[in-house]
Write a protein that binds this ligand. Sequence first.
Ligand code: SF4
Length: 63
Amino acid sequence: MKVRVDPEVCQGHGVCHMTAPDLFLLRDEDGQAYVEREEVPPGEEGLAQLAADSCPERAITVD
Ligand code: SF4
């Protein structure tokens, strides 16, 4: 499973980071979310999907 954050859409609410802090990090400058690795570690697929479903801006895609 791969996960991505669209920087054009992310508004920095931080819900993804609260949901899955190991997957989504927030930039100090503007609070925008990013992932260090697009490949989701085994066992964390559910968290990645939950974060995507919880993002108010629909900025997260998983596939
Ligand atoms: S929840 Fe969505 S809008 Fe908020 S920081 Fe995460 S990716 Fe960005």
